[in-house]
Design a protein around this ligand. Structure first.
Ligand code: ADP
Ligand code: ZN
Length: 712
């Protein structure tokens, strides 16, 4: 297995579960593989296919993808082919003949063609070692992408009782999973579920005020990176694409209103890297296998959490750091509510409201984005700091918000738990403008006008957080009203203190910078070399090498074929075919700039995934190791102090070698420890209060992290 992994794919280790899955397949067992996008599903059937002595049939609904996948396999020296409606009758016959001669290891085919009686008969005449059913959720009516032609795949088990079936999907709902297994009649099937955490994705919500300029700012310095910008309407798609073109970006529009030819053409342009940016409605994306999509931007609010995670999932399949940015505004929310109102069907309306509420909660939350997403799909995520979302990297400071909370709760109580957020705030602020307040005589309640110390948006933020923390609940979909619960009373009766995020006016969070260690200039040279070769061979650039490989080349500067072979993603075939041209480019570059090869190349194999993932954190670590103070690091990197603290906190929690003594005075550490032990580690405000102004939150957090690590 390892030999084949290295020889054909150029990898030295498996992704989680791949090895276990492949072993089960070799035992002829049916398997069900649930992995997120980018989890490495294809290898699970491609590798055993090479090991088996007869044919592996891969069933996929995405005809457009088959050619690229086959090209990818051929480039690695694996005999593969596809049969679909894009081929002439004559060409199909040629391919059938080589199948009959057992010259092919892997055949890609669409379900409707596979189940044609004549074709089934033909296949039965060959020996099939394995059926791999990609996108297998298409068989289930419960899923989001039901395709009737998948239903017929039921007959595989009866017609080919000897061949194991592997069903693969990235759809996480349990009902669908159950349905797939039943429909395909998988027997004694072994189920594999990978974590859906996409560690290389950075999640960020931005308040949408001037989105076009915000996008331009983001794109600055990313001219060569591929990305998708999702918009809600065709009109926005057209106008944004046009504006970006005018601004000098290679961008194309994509939506269902364009003809099929135009859409296919645009998709090709994107995959072949003739354009970098797709501005699209959600019509775009299914079947986009492009591994190096570096960012997915939601210009408008997505439809649901599920949609959002599918769309963002298209970023960073290759495991390299990529950004998922969502622009959120209340105006958008109101617009969507308006659309929901237009829906005739009451049921549909309810569902849409629920989806909107979940999404808005996600955007407004002060809880780690990753945690919320994983929670949504039923996976637990307990790390205190994920290190790769805006909430974790720019945590808001908290304060003792007990009084503010009491004001809110008692106001809700006094006006009879019958009003929504904004009404409550109007009462708190003693609004004279809201006529309803006066009509209802709520200017007479005790809490009228007691909340002038905070702005409206601050009160909104407090209330939203209280809802999330479970001190208040919202009832009703269209005009949700605030209600109290058991937890509310614990605060009202003064037994519990509440800590809230300080609600400042929103500040700009810098986009995640690429603190990766590779040589950007060389990377660009290699990228353009790759593009030239790809165009010559009429394949997408990623078929030649993935970005991961180019980045490693620009990190380790291999000088000979032996070193070249050590680069991740360089197998035998590719090293033979491309080694010389790439080495020439690299060596030339190194000569010109006097760069010595890195000795560490033999270590490349151990390059931990983590290091690749959050290189910005690694950069902080590197500077810390050079004995720079936190302040100096912050200054040097142009990042907020709190960001550097979060980095160090994460590093400590990851067990990295951070010497706290250089950051926090020994004596101070001791006092912080004592206070944490006394007052608990969960909420830091009481600790901070006790210690006084000589101690910063940052210092307390770092000591806490160290303590947690020791306790592990
Ligand atoms: P999925 O189909 O689950 O979305 P893919 O099969 O496309 O995922 O794999 C995602 C990426 O990970 C691809 O770029 C692939 O080449 C790479 N990959 C898969 N397995 C490995 C491995 N064991 N080592 C390194 N890279 C891998
Ligand atoms: Zn997080």
């Amino acid at each position: 297995m390892y030999k084949i992994l290295q020889k054909y794919f150029g990898y030295t280790s498996f992704y989680p579960l791949q090895e276990e899955i492949i072993k089960e397949v070799q035992r002829q067992r049916d398997t069900f593989v649930l992995m997120p996008t980018g989890g490495g599903k294809s290898l699970c059937y491609q590798l055993p296919a090479i090991l088996f002595d007869s044919l592996t049939v891969v069933i996929s609904p995405l005809i457009a993808l088959m050619k690229d996948q086959v090209d990818g396999l051929l480039a690695n020296g694996v005999p593969a082919t596809f049969i679909n409606s894009s081929l002439s009758y004559k060409e199909i016959n040629v391919r059938r003949r080589s199948l009959s001669k057992n010259e092919i290891k892997i055949l890609y085919i669409a379900p409707e063609r596979l189940v044609m009686p004549e074709f089934l008969q033909f296949l039965q005449g060959l020996k099939v070692s394995l059926f791999a059913i990609d996108e297998s959720h298409c068989i289930s009516e419960w899923g989001h992408d039901f395709r009737p032609e998948y239903r017929q795949l039921k007959l595989l088990k009866d017609r080919f009782p000897g061949a194991p079936i592997m069903a693969l999907t990235a759809t996480a709902t349990p009902v669908v999973q159950e349905d797939i297994i039943t429909q395909l009649k998988l027997s004694d099937c072994k189920v594999f579920k990978a974590s859906f955490n996409r560690g290389n994705l950075y999640y960020q919500i931005k308040l949408k005020d001037e989105p076009y300029h915000q996008i331009l700012q983001y794109l600055e310095g990313r001219k060569n990176d591929s990305g998708i910008i999702y918009c809600q309407s065709r009109k926005t798609v057209e106008s944004l694409a046009a504006s970006l073109q005018t601004a000098g970006y290679r961008a194309l529009p994509y939506h269902a209103g364009l003809s099929a030819e135009v859409r296919t053409e645009s998709q090709e342009q994107f995959i072949h890297e003739n354009v970098e940016i797709m501005v699209a409605t959600i019509a775009f994306g299914m079947g986009i296998d492009k591994p190096n999509v570096r960012y997915v931007i939601h210009y408008d609010l997505p439809k649901s959490i599920e949609g959002y995670s599918q769309e963002t999932g298209r970023a960073g399949r290759d495991g390299l750091k990529s950004d998922c940015i969502l622009f959120f505004s209340y105006a958008d929310r109101v617009k969507i509510e308006y659309f929901i109102e237009q829906k005739k069907d009451e049921n549909e309306r309810q569902v849409a409201y629920k989806q909107l509420r979940e999404l808005v909660n996600y955007c407004e939350s002060n809880v780690c984005r990753r945690k919320l997403l994983l929670d949504y799909f039923g996976e637990r995520f307990d790390e205190p700091n994920c290190g790769s979302c805006d909430v974790c990297l720019e945590p808001k400071e908290r304060f003792d918000g007990t009084i503010a909370t009491q004001k809110i709760l008692s106001c809700v109580y006094r006006i009879g738990e019958r009003f929504g957020i904004n009404y409550v705030i109007d009462v708190l602020q003693g609004s004279k403008k809201n006529k309803k307040v006066l009509q209802n005589r709520h200017d007479m309640v005790r809490t009228y006008g007691v909340g002038k110390e905070y702005s409206k948006s601050q009160w909104q933020s407090f209330i939203r957080e209280l809802i999330q923390l479970g001190y208040l609940r919202q009832e009703g979909d269209k005009y949700p009203v605030l209600k109290l619960n058991k937890k509310s009373w614990e605060v009202l009766l003064r037994t519990e203190r509440v800590f809230l995020a300080k609600a400042e006016e929103p500040h700009y969070i810098p986009p995640s910078e690429t603190g990766e260690v590779y040589n950007r200039a060389l990377f660009e040279l290699l990228r353009s070399l790759r593009k030239t070769l790809a165009d010559q061979e009429a394949v997408p650039p990623y078929v030649i090498f993935h970005d991961t490989s180019l980045k490693e080349m620009s990190t380790y500067y291999p000088r000979n074929l032996q070193d070249f072979r050590r680069i991740n993603g360089v197998g035998e075939r590719k090293s033979d075919k491309y080694g010389d041209v790439f080495l020439k480019e690299i060596i030339g570059y190194c000569k010109q700039y006097n760069i010595a090869p890195k000795q560490a190349i033999h270590k490349r194999r151990e390059l931990p995934k983590k290091q690749m993932k959050s290189s910005t954190v690694q950069e902080t670590l590197a500077l810390h190791k050079q004995r720079l103070t936190i302040n100096e690091i912050a200054q040097k990197r142009g990042l907020a102090l709190s960001t550097i603290v979060s980095h160090l906190e994460k590093l400590i929690l990851d067990g990295e070698d951070v010497s706290l003594d250089n950051i926090v005075d020994r004596e101070k550490q001791e006092r912080i420890r004592r206070s944490l032990k006394e007052l608990g580690v969960k909420v830091l405000s009481p600790v901070k209060e006790k210690l006084g102004n000589d101690y910063s939150y940052g210092e307390i957090r770092l000591v806490r992290a160290k303590m947690m690590c020791e306790a592990k």
